[in-house]
Design a protein around this ligand. Sequence first.
Ligand code: CU
Ligand code: CU
Length: 332
Amino acid sequence: MRSLITLAALASLSCTTKSQTPAAVKDTTHTQPPTAVPANMSHGEAPVGTVPDSAPVDPLPPARSTQHLVKVRFEIHNTDIQIASGVRYSAWAFAGKVPGPIIRVTQGDTIDFTLINRGNLQHSMDFHAAQIAPNKFYVNVLPNDSLHYRFVAEVPGAFMYHCGTAPVAAHIANGMYGALIVDPRTPRPPAKEFVFVQSEFYLTADSTGAPRTLAWNRLLELAPDYVTFNGRASQYAEHPLKVKVNELLRLYVVNAGPNRFSSFHVVGGIFERVFVDGSTLSPLAGVQTVAVPVGGGSIFEIRLKQPGTYPFVTHAFADATKGAVGVFSAEP
Ligand code: CU
Ligand code: CU
């Protein structure tokens, strides 16, 4: 009951705290922090909505793979995406999505990969889960051409994949990345699982209402306008993710960057175990915040002990302010 009241209070606050939403960040002339009434919640960097589980991008991973040969076929298209409410971005996308589709395989599976380039520039694909020669496989594909290769996913973890065509920072900032989960042969214990890919967007000035494009100078200055989980600012604060008190949560957090480290933290919780960069050896136990480096991915396990709303953030707070914040709504 108390959590319902808190949520209702937060929902009403959301009407009065618009100046704190990431949309406000696009005015880069601000020299003072916002002074509006803060959300009634620690780390309440974004208004918390009341509609659970219907965020624009589904954070649930696919089921564990049962085949030993997994076919993945991505077409690259230039696609307009929405990165915050009222803000569209002219992206380069794998399979029409930013981040690209979540791929899930089991240790020892062969990935049979086909890349078809329907864009107007050269692109490529670099799987961090592979151990193959970049000069042979991570090669540039011309527009309207394609590439095919296979590799065996031998090492379990939460891996990034991305276009590796130079300048890589531009290809990543324009949306060419995603997560590949490699499950260990012996399955992990059952859990409620989520995938969060953190990434940044650097925008040219808004003049006509047209989709925004990459501001290269802002990228080089490491000054993103938005930092997101799964490509859209604050979507899991607007649409909190429903979980159960005390159930095991497993979070696959991949940081696509291209520039900003993630200090991943769940407010009100302590990680039971963290598989740093997916390593199955010696997970950390009982830790509060773990860095996910750009180009890395860690697996976080946590239980939320009481009913309530628990923000998850990068504790690098400029980035949380710019949209890297979500909320778990824990129910009895
Ligand atoms: Cu590319
Ligand atoms: Cu890479």
